[in-house]
Every structure is written in structure tokens, then in C-alpha cells.
Design a binder for this molecule. Structure first.
Ligand code: AMP
Ligand code: MN
Ligand code: MN
Length: 337
């Protein structure tokens, strides 16, 4: 996008932030660390600007994130809850109301202005009346950090914690290729603003329910290697997902051990949802563009991390994913990482 268009879009976005008085911040289903961290930071930015702000997500906050509640109220809007009366709804870490399930349909008909802050491929053409997007940004929280500067508001400690959570969530604690100069520069500022990374790490990952070790082991035992060892795939059925939900187990923990296997270029995690659909998560190590693979089913994301919802039975979804990855690997150069 040309710089002049970018500036015009930013001006429109800031005009909406300044003009509206009451805000609802929301994001995609099953909000992750980037989505929640960005919401927390934006909550404090808008409060510093004198606005009325509330956060309402389409799903409840995972237990791992409950420590954020000490500084920031983070709510959940159920399918039949009335929408709060607001002037603007801000979608964070996604750009389409369809990513919010039933809540998205109610927002669409509410008459509120919609603002998008996002970093996904294609976010330039999402559902926002105004949008502040950059697919080159490592995390949505990094965009909110930039907005603090645009508004000349200093970072408070709770906001810094939110941005830091966003950065670590989407860069795998600074390990992925999106951990760029901006990420490390911001991280240094956030530490200066009072964030303690090791305390945050313990809060996020070291308070797991005792069943989580067994759940991780079971999920890993269910993986298989396909496409000549280039795809590692694990399928978690509804029964497993019920047990995982009871222990608040974050199934993303399964991705990394599978990604670590020599020769594996793509990891696919398939989870059977309670409505019978299958959530597909794809991660790439080599050059394969998994965003393009996820787009086959109307999903999206980034080149190296993407997702989709597939309306097939679990076994059929598995066959479809193997076939699609096989096809993508066949057309891509062999890229042994
Ligand atoms: P996940 O596998 O759910 O952790 O998602 C990986 C990346 O893909 C994240 O950036 C998600 O926001 C994005 N993503 C997941 N599911 C979808 C979807 N159905 N449509 C668009 N983007 C998605
Ligand atoms: Mn996300
Ligand atoms: Mn993100």
C-alpha cells in the first residue's frame, strides 16, 4: 500500500478513536495471547484518552490469562447477552466479523462503527469502517503500541504487560522468524516500563492443572507422519477435547514437539469441536505457505501459522488436510529446514 494511503487510513482511524466516546473491544473466537494482550493495551490507551471502554470476547478468558484481571476487566459476551450500547466496536487480531461466531452477527446489525486492528494476510480488506492494519507486524499488540505513540500517551505498566504478552504469544517467545527489529526494540522498552518476562512466563505456563501432562502425552501419541515424513498430523476427537476443556489444557502445546521432528515441514493439529466442525491449525517450518493451504477452506492467518474451520467429520477432515498439504508440498520446492 502506498505511504499516502497508509497515512490517510491512519488519520481516519485516529479520528474515529478520538470522536467516539464508548468502546467495546473484542476479537476472534478462543482469544489467544496476542488478541487479549492487544485488548488490554488498547483498554488502557482509551482510558487514558478519557473514554468508556469494555472488553467482551466471544469466548471466556482462558485460566492462564486470569492474572490480567488484576488491572483490566476482560469480559465474555454470550450468544444471547445484549450488546452494550457503544459508539464503536474495535476488532483486534482479526478483521472479519465471521471470526466471532454469533457475536459477530449481532455486532454487524448493531449500528456501531467498526474499527479493525490486525496483522493478518488480507486484513486490508476486512469488515472495518476504519482499519489500522499491517501484515508485516509481528503481533496486533505491536500495532497498539504504535498507537500509544500516535496519541502521545506514555505506556503504563498494565499496558506494557499487554503488549509484551502479544509479542511473546505471536513470536513464540522471540523464536519465530517474525521476531524482527521492532519486536526486540519494543521488548526492551516494555521491560523498562516494568514488565518481568520470567514472572509472566511462570504465570502463563506454570500453573497447569495436573491432568495437563497426561493430556499432552496422549495428544503426542496420536500423531502420525505423512507425506514422506514432511507432515506431522495429530487429530483430537470430541472426547479428548472434553477432557482438555475440563483441565483448561491449551492444545497449542502439542505443536512445538511435532515441529521439532527432523524432516517435518508442516504440522497440522485437528480438533473436533462440540458443534461437529473441525478446527485445523497449521504451522510451517520451511517455505511452504500454510496461509494459502488454510484458504482452501476459507481460513487464513500468516505464511507460517494459519487456521481454518472445516465442516467435515474428523476422519474426512484428516484425509482432506493430508491431500491438500501433499498437493502444496508437491508444488513447493523441497525445503528441508
Ligand atoms: P491457530 O491455529 O488458531 O492458532 O491460528 C493460527 C493463525 O491463523 C492465527 O494468526 C489465527 O488468527 C489465524 N486463523 C486461525 N483460524 C482462522 C480462520 N478460520 N480464518 C482466518 N484466520 C485464521
Ligand atoms: Mn490470534
Ligand atoms: Mn496475532
Amino acid at each position: 500500500m502506498p505511504a499516502s494511503d497508509r497515512n490517510r487510513r491512519l488519520t481516519q482511524f485516529l479520528d474515529l478513536l478520538r470522536g467516539a466516546r464508548r468502546f467495546l473491544l473484542t476479537g476472534h473466537e478462543n482469544p489467544d495471547g496476542d488478541c487479549i494482550g492487544a485488548q488490554v493495551a488498547l483498554f488502557h490507551l482509551l482510558r487514558a484518552l478519557g473514554k468508556e471502554v469494555q472488553i467482551g470476547n466471544p469466548d471466556p478468558l482462558g485460566r492462564a490469562y486470569d492474572f490480567l484481571l488484576r488491572h483490566t476487566p476482560i469480559g465474555h459476551l454470550r450468544g444471547d447477552d445484549p450488546l452494550p450500547a457503544v459508539d464503536a466496536v474495535v476488532l483486534l487480531d482479526c478483521c472479519q466479523l465471521s471470526r466471532l461466531g454469533p457475536l459477530g452477527r449481532r455486532i454487524a446489525t448493531s449500528g456501531a462503527k467498526i474499527a479493525v486492528i490486525d496483522h493478518h494476510v488480507g486484513s486490508e480488506s476486512g469488515d472495518g469502517d476504519v482499519a489500522y492494519v499491517d501484515p508485516g507486524a509481528a503481533a496486533t499488540g505491536a500495532l497498539v503500541r504504535r498507537l500509544f505513540r500516535e496519541c502521545s500517551v506514555p505506556l503504563s505498566e498494565p499496558a506494557a504487560e499487554g503488549v509484551f504478552l502479544s509479542l511473546v504469544a505471536d513470536t513464540g517467545w522471540f523464536r519465530y522468524s517474525n521476531a524482527d527489529h521492532e519486536v526486540f526494540t519494543m521488548a526492551a522498552e516494555l521491560v523498562a516500563a516494568g514488565v518481568d518476562g520470567s514472572v509472566l512466563f511462570d504465570r502463563l505456563y506454570r500453573r497447569n492443572h495436573p491432568d495437563c501432562a497426561g493430556l499432552l502425552g496422549t495428544a503426542l501419541l496420536r500423531h502420525s507422519l505423512r507425506c514422506d515424513g514432511r507432515l506431522a498430523i495429530a487429530c483430537l476427537d470430541r472426547d479428548y477435547m472434553e477432557r482438555a476443556a475440563r483441565a483448561d489444557f491449551d492444545t497449542d502445546a502439542v505443536l512445538d514437539p511435532l515441529r521439532s521432528l527432523d524432516g517435518v515441514e508442516v504440522v497440522a493439529l485437528l480438533k473436533e469441536r462440540f458443534d461437529g466442525s473441525v478446527k485445523v491449525s497449521l504451522r510451517a517450518r520451511g517455505d511452504l505457505d500454510v496461509q494459502a493451504v488454510a484458504a482452501t477452506w476459507g481460513g487464513g492467518g500468516h505464511r507460517k501459522a494459519a487456521g481454518a474451520t472445516v465442516r467435515l467429520a474428523l476422519g474426512d477432515a484428516e484425509r482432506a488436510v493430508v491431500a491438500e498439504v501433499q498437493r502444496a508440498l508437491g508444488t513447493a520446492e523441497a525445503t528441508r529446514p
